[in-house]
Design a protein around this ligand. Structure first.
Ligand SMILES: Cc1ncc(COP(=O)(O)O)c(C=O)c1O
Length: 418
C-alpha cells in the first residue's frame, strides 16, 4: 500500500495545502511596474500637457513617439494609439469601411470585448466554433463565410496564436479582410512574424494584465493607409489634427467627413507605454519561460490535456489552460475546488454559477431571443470543449517557486482524480 502523508492528501480533504500565499494576479497588484514607469508618468505630468494634441511639434509628444516606436517594433508603417483594445478593434473595422448591418465572424472563445467591438463598429458578430485547442476552427470559418459576412476577426486568445496563416488564406479566398484581436498576445511571433501584422490590421490593449500595462489603453497596427487615416479621424482627431499623423504628405480624406468618437490615448499612458516597450522582450521571455517550464512538467499528466500551440513558441504564456476530456460539470468543478484548496487561483471557463465573459453563451446581448441552453446547443462542439476547460492565470511576477507550486498542485490533483 502506498505511504499516505498529509502532503499527498488533498487540501480539499484536510491535507496540507501546496501553498498558503495568495495566487498572484494583476487585480491584487502583482504587476511589473518600476521606477522607470513612475518617472515616465511624472515626465508627462510635468510637461503640463496631458492631452495628445498640444502645441508641441507632433513628434515631440509622448503618444506620437510611442506610435513611431511601435511602428518600428512591428515593422509596420502605421500605428494609432487609442483608449483600449476594444476601441482599437472597432476603429480598425470602421477604418476598413465595415458598414452597419455587415456580418463579422469571430470565435466562440474570446473575451466579450471582441463581439462588443464588432457591435461598436455597427456590425453583427457571427460566432465560429473553436477546435480542441480552443483556436478558431478553420473548417467552421469556411462554412460560416456566406456572402453577407464582410470580415473575419481572429483572436489570439489567452496569448495563444490562432492558426493565422490558414485563416488568412481562407479569408483571402472569400475576398474579405481579416483583423487580428491580438490583445492578449503582444510580442508573440509565428514563423518570425509578429502577431497583429498578418491581417488588414491588428488590435492590442495596454490594460493592466497585458504585456504592456498602463491601466487602460490600446493601439492598432496596419499597413493600410486609407484604414489608418479613417481610424485617426474616428479616434478623435478634429480640426486638421489628422495632418499631424500623415505629415509630410497631406491626408487623403477630409476630417469633416466622419464622426469623431474620442477614443484617444493620453500622454501619461503614452509615456508609460514607451518605457515598457523598452522592456517588452524581457517581459515576453519571462512569460514564455515560465509557461514552458510549467507545461514541460504537466504535458503528459492524465487526465488533463494542455492546450497545444499552433507552432513552437506561438504563445505568450499568460495563463495555463487545460481540458479534462469527457469530464462532467461536476468533475470539472471538483478539479477547480481541489486546485483552489491547494492555493492555486483557478476557474472553470464553463462554471455557470459565475458566468464567464469568455464563453459565447454568456454573450446574452448577442442572443436576446434565445435561452442560454439554446445558444449552447447551436455551438455544441465549442460548448463541450469550453466546459471541459480550466483557466489559471500566470502573472508576469511568477517566481520559480510559484511555478513549482503550480506544477505540484496540478500533479497532486491529477493523481487524486485517478
Ligand atoms: C481577447 C480580448 N480582446 C479584447 C479585449 C479588450 O481589451 P480592453 O480591455 O483594452 O478594451 C480583451 C481584454 O482583456 C481581450 O482579452
Amino acid at each position: 500500500m502506498a505511504h499516505i502523508t498529509s502532503a499527498s492528501v488533498l487540501a480539499l480533504n484536510g491535507g496540507e495545502r501546496v501553498r498558503t500565499a495568495e495566487w498572484p494576479t494583476y487585480d491584487k497588484g502583482y504587476v511589473d511596474l518600476n521606477d522607470g514607469d513612475e518617472s515616465a508618468a511624472l515626465r508627462a505630468i510635468k510637461s503640463r500637457r496631458l492631452f495628445r494634441y498640444d502645441n508641441r511639434p507632433h513628434g515631440e509628444t509622448e503618444v506620437a513617439r510611442l506610435e513611431k516606436e511601435l511602428a518600428g517594433f512591428f515593422g509596420s508603417p502605421y500605428v494609432l494609439a487609442c483608449s483600449s483594445g476594444t476601441t482599437a478593434l472597432a476603429l480598425a473595422l470602421l477604418g476598413a469601411g465595415i458598414r452597419p448591418g455587415d456580418k463579422v465572424a469571430c470565435p466562440a472563445f474570446t473575451f466579450a470585448a471582441t463581439p462588443s467591438a464588432i457591435m461598436l463598429a455597427g456590425a453583427t458578430p457571427v460566432v465560429v466554433e473553436v477546435d480542441e485547442n480552443l483556436h478558431m476552427d478553420p473548417e467552421d470559418l469556411q462554412a460560416k463565410l456566406t456572402p453577407d459576412v464582410k470580415a473575419v476577426v481572429v483572436v489570439h486568445m489567452r496569448g495563444f496564436a490562432s492558426d493565422i496563416e490558414r485563416l488568412v488564406s481562407i479569408a483571402d479566398a472569400h475576398g474579405v479582410p481579416l483583423f487580428e484581436d491580438a490583445v492578449p498576445a503582444l510580442g508573440v511571433d509565428v514563423g518570425g512574424r509578429k502577431l497583429g501584422t498578418f491581417g488588414r490590421a491588428g488590435a492590442f490593449s495596454t490594460q493592466s494584465d497585458k504585456t504592456i500595462n498602463t491601466g487602460e489603453g490600446g493601439f492598432l497596427v496596419t499597413s493600410d493607409r486609407d484604414l489608418f487615416e479613417r481610424a485617426v479621424v474616428y479616434s478623435g482627431a478634429y480640426e486638421r489634427q489628422i495632418e499631424r499623423h500623415t505629415d509630410p504628405s497631406p491626408p487623403t480624406i477630409s476630417d469633416l467627413s466622419l464622426p469623431i468618437f474620442s477614443f484617444r490615448l493620453d500622454e501619461i499612458r503614452g509615456a508609460m507605454a514607451r518605457h515598457q516597450l523598452i522592456g517588452l522582450e524581457r517581459r515576453v521571455a519571462t512569460f514564455q519561460d515560465n509557461y514552458r517550464y510549467v507545461a514541460s512538467h504537466l504535458e503528459s499528466l492524465e487526465p488533463i490535456r494542455l492546450r497545444q500551440p499552433v507552432a513552437e513558441d506561438a504563445f505568450l504564456g499568460e495563463s495555463l489552460n487545460f481540458r479534462i476530456p469527457g469530464a462532467t460539470d461536476r468533475q470539472v468543478n471538483w478539479f477547480v475546488e481541489a486546485l483552489q484548496a491547494e492555493g492555486i487561483g483557478t476557474r472553470a471557463l464553463g462554471d455557470d454559477s459565475r458566468p464567464n465573459n469568455r464563453c459565447f453563451w454568456n454573450w446574452r446581448f448577442l442572443f436576446p431571443d434565445e435561452t442560454r441552453q439554446e445558444t449552447m446547443d447551436h455551438y455544441r462542439r465549442s460548448t463541450t470543449l469550453l466546459k471541459e476547460t480550466l483557466d489559471i492565470p500566470m502573472s508576469i511576477t511568477l517566481t520559480k517557486a510559484d511555478c513549482d507550486d503550480l506544477v505540484a498542485a496540478v500533479s497532486k490533483v491529477c493523481d487524486a482524480s485517478y
